[in-house]
Write a protein that binds this ligand. Structure first.
Ligand SMILES: NC(=O)c1ccc[n+]([C@@H]2O[C@H](COP(=O)([O-])OP(=O)(O)OC[C@H]3O[C@@H](n4cnc5c(N)ncnc54)[C@H](OP(=O)(O)O)[C@@H]3O)[C@@H](O)[C@H]2O)c1
Length: 359
């Protein structure tokens, strides 16, 4: 029997490091994966901040979108129809089934991504995002909004790029309670500290990380621990049913670490890394971020842009998830994995464990 192919129309909001890699892969390997899952993907809208916006109901060419911004031109040249004056207007007008949201992180309010996600769900689109802002600031409300509109809000690549974290817990570890976690979740600081261990200056190491496309638009968000704090909240709120906001996180970045201290630790077989911790204390979940000296055998003591998460659970003890050398490639893959989840039947959403009655 031939399975009917569903057309999946995608509106992409944000066309930077992640958005461009996603579009590069879309016509080739990603289209093949989606096709195997029963969907033909069509890019119908793309929005940026300073590089214009385009809607084409017949489908935008990935190559043309990439060429437009590579020449420092504008997506406006590819647009069909009356001009689109803002991103929110594009979301309201785009003929799309799903919005992929990859605008920069605002660690203090989660905007404008939060408004983009709300607008798309209200319009009846599913939403996939790599932006941890909406997950940390509004996941519970966004899931409720999605349910009211019969849509889904998926965010696998918001933490540890495409490595399965949220989906792993939701689909493969039913009924498990997460008691706490610790993780190295910020690739930029991992990369910078690794290169400083090898003798590079912090400024040169940051420049290299920027060239890899892994640095937040404002590097201070990485270096001062904001990105890690927002990820810690996103995880705590999703996996531990917490309600923690990034402003409540006890947070220290890596700027206070001297290169001499980092290199001495490396000579002694240890590593400084920016560690996020969450634990339940006095009935509340507390999240903290700060540099820690890790022994060589610690699963968090990876190198370069590696990230790792160690979950402390009730029924499975400790579970470690490790991603080696995270780049935008893995982040873009996380978006694909969520698109595949959309075209497959939904798994039940993770929530507080229900008491079961035995018949
Ligand atoms: N890079 C990574 O490795 C990585 C990993 C995991 C998660 N993430 C998350 O993924 C998201 C995107 O990261 P990125 O590295 O691609 O960021 P980026 O390179 O700074 O790109 C952001 C894009 O969003 C556009 N933009 C900004 N404000 C907008 C608005 N109001 N409406 C529409 N477009 C807007 C920018 O437009 P212009 O092009 O005109 O500036 C740019 O195209 C962030 O939330 C980040 O935290 C990134």
């Amino acid at each position: 029997m031939i399975r009917p192919v569903r057309v999946l129309r995608v509106a992409l909001v944000g066309f930077g490091n992640v958005g461009r890699r996603f579009v590069e892969r879309l016509p080739g390997p990603y289209a093949r994966v989606l096709r195997a899952a029963g969907a033909r993907v069509v890019l119908t809208a793309v929005a940026s901040a300073g590089h214009g916006r385009a809607i084409d109901p017949r489908g935008l060419s990935a190559a043309a979108c990439l060429a437009a911004v590579a020449r420092d031109g504008s997506l406006d040249d590819l647009h069909r129809g009356p001009p689109v004056r803002s991103t929110l207007e594009l979301i309201r007008r785009a003929p799309a089934d799903v919005m992929v949201e990859v605008t920069p992180l605002d660690p203090r309010r989660g905007e404008p991504a939060l408004s983009h996600v709300r607008a798309a769900l209200r319009r009846g689109m599913d939403v996939v995002t790599a932006n941890k802002g909406p997950v940390a600031f509004g996941r519970r409300g966004l899931l409720a909004l999605a349910r009211r509109h019969g849509r889904r809000f998926l965010h696998e690549s918001a933490v540890m790029d495409g490595a399965p974290v949220f989906n792993l817990l939701e689909r493969c570890l039913p009924g498990l309670r997460v008691r706490g976690f610790r993780g190295t979740l910020n690739s930029t600081t991992g990369y910078v500290l690794s290169r400083v261990e090898e003798g590079a200056s912090p400024a040169d190491a940051l420049r290299e990380a920027r060239a890899l496309g892994i640095v937040e638009k404002d590097a201070a968000h990485d270096l001062d621990g904001w990105d890690a704090a927002v990820k810690g909240c996103a995880l705590a709120n999703a996996l531990m049913a917490a309600r923690v906001a990034p402003a409540q996180v006890r947070r220290r970045g890596i700027r206070g670490l001297s290169p001499a201290l980092v290199r001495r630790a490396a000579r002694e077989g240890a590593r400084y890394r920016l560690v996020v911790r969450a634990r339940r204390a006095r009935g509340r979940v507390q999240v903290s971020v700060g540099p820690e000296r890790l022994a060589a055998g610690d699963p968090l003591a990876g190198s370069g842009s590696d990230s790792a998460l160690l979950l402390d659970t009730d029924l499975m003890g400790e579970i470690a998830i490790v991603e080696r050398g995270g780049t935008v490639e893995q982040t873009a893959y996380g978006l694909l994995s969520d698109l595949v989840a959309l075209v497959r039947p939904a798994a039940p959403t993770r929530g507080p464990r229900r008491r079961r009655t035995v018949p």
